[in-house]
Design a protein around this ligand. Structure first.
Ligand code: AMP
Ligand code: MG
Length: 298
């Protein structure tokens, strides 16, 4: 199954999240069955990241958006493990700092976009400014409603500069969220993840759904696609996202850069250095001899 086709949000088309089953598993029977396939995609992602870094002409931006406990952290932990930290960054978007809030809403996102050769993962993103901001009326409608077009222009700028953009909405049901909250409560190792906001935000579920529906359909495009990923089952979420990322990176036409030197000349230099090294070794007294001399003096 090509998940890029299946989960792509059609640009401009009215999106109904209610029509997408968060528990969908696409005929895949079980986590055990999916695991080897996930591992294969994760390995491809890692290989392609090394190539992206060497190539140095393009970059990749992965945007993860979702309600609490939908698995943004899990996606990062499970799928980006193979990538070299040199050339990869993850940034979590929290409530804006005073300095961030004093700038335009794209300012902080632009500072974190990937340079050529790099991969950047946004855990939440500039989309919060048409999601939480809209749901809680943090700015007037006249302000947030103009942001969809600004976001699309911003992303167009990145694309034209060589950035591949992939945006994922992790779609879970309220029931699944509650069962994950229970896990956070019952497991001392997860207690730290609990915030008051977890429960108060649940009250706004339907407002978030409307905000997501509008944001996704207004800002999805062939160049900067949104994918709605059924995420009640963590393994299926990982399978779909890893396939989409690996397939998209495969299409970037990444290649090792051409050699910058005359290989024949360098080979000659290497052989000369090797010969000089051998001569040095031949002239240097063996460590055992020196020990004997020192021993003799004492
Ligand atoms: P978490 O991802 O659980 O660490 O929580 C981060 C919190 O920061 C979430 O509640 C987000 O909604 C909030 N947040 C992120 N960006 C913004 C923003 N631009 N304005 C207001 N709140 C934000
Ligand atoms: Mg949270």
């Amino acid at each position: 199954m090509d998940y890029r086709k299946q989960f792509f949000v059609s640009p401009g088309e009215k999106l109904s999240l209610a029509g997408i089953d968060p528990a969908h598993t696409g005929g895949q029977a079980s986590a055990e069955e999916a695991l080897p396939e996930i591992q294969k995609h994760v390995a491809r992602m890692a290989e392609l990241q090394a190539l992206l870094y060497a190539d140095g002409n393009q970059s990749l931006l992965v945007v993860l958006q979702a309600l609490d406990a939908a698995g943004k952290d899990g996606v990062i932990r499970h799928l980006f493990t193979g990538m070299n930290p040199q050339g990869t960054s993850v940034f979590g978007f929290k409530q804006p700092s005073a300095e961030e809030a004093a700038h335009d809403f794209l300012w902080r996102a632009h500072q974190r976009t990937p340079a050529k050769g790099e991969v950047a993962v946004f855990n939440r993103s500039h989309y919060e400014d048409v999601l939480v901001v809209r749901v809680h009326n943090l700015v007037p409608k006249a302000v947030w409603s103009k942001r969809y077009a600004l976001i699309s222009d911003f992303e167009k700028l990145l694309v034209q500069n060589g950035t591949r953009i992939l945006k994922f909405f992790l779609h879970i049901s309220p029931e699944e969220q509650l069962s994950r909250f229970k896990l956070r409560l019952d497991d001392p190792a997860r207690n730290w993840k609990i915030s008051e906001g977890d429960y108060s935000e649940r009250e706004f579920w339907s407002a978030y759904v409307s905000a997501y529906e509008e944001a996704l359909s207004k800002t999805s495009s062939k160049e900067a696609p949104w994918y709605v990923i059924p995420a009640n089952h963590k393994w299926f979420r990982n399978l779909a996202i890893s396939q989409i990322i690996a397939d998209s990176m495969q299409e970037m036409g990444l290649k090792l850069p051409p050699t910058r030197v005359d290989l024949k000349e360098i080979a000659a230099k290497y052989h000369a250095a090797e010969a000089a090294q051998e001569q040095r070794v031949a002239k240097t007294p063996k460590p055992a001899d020196r020990t004997e001399k020192r021993g003799g003096k004492a």
